[in-house]
Design a protein around this ligand. Sequence first.
Ligand code: S3P
Length: 173
Amino acid sequence: METAKKHLIIIGFMGTGKTTAGQQLAAQINLPWVDTDQQIEQKWGFSVAEYFQRYGEASFREQETDVLQQLLSGPPSLITTGGGIVLKPENRAMMKEQGWVIHLYATPEEIIRRLSANRDRPLLQGDIRQKVRQLFRERDGKYDFADCTINTTSCSPDDVVEKILSFWQRRQV
Ligand code: S3P
């Protein structure tokens, strides 16, 4: 059975501006905004960093899939996601089937620049340059299923939002 694509879903590596775009879009689009990391934090009552510390990455990935499933089965929404949501093939399949998927991209150098001052991401502890480059290699191709890719490397957040809105509006006619 074919399911209609009813959600607008934003994926992308850490530091590509998914949350900023979600925040700005929420004010301009007629969809409730939900974020997979925030849902996990609300459910458990502590941060993603603390979740990783207590239960580890594998358990976090299970939570992520549960939350994604719940959000996708709910009303049409703007869904922003954690950068690693694309790791599981079943997550990629569900998102593709049930939503229009926007991939925000930035070069590894730009991501390192953006995230160097913000050190709370559990997967980027230690040598951030080495970690970002390694994760980039491991995730190569995993964001490619998106319906649209936006290179945010030299784009302002306003430009990114404008591109997403234009994509979305073209899907509404
Ligand atoms: C992760 C990205 C994070 C968060 C967790 C793991 C990843 O979200 O889900 O730290 O594996 O890329 P952001 O992409 O919003 O930073």
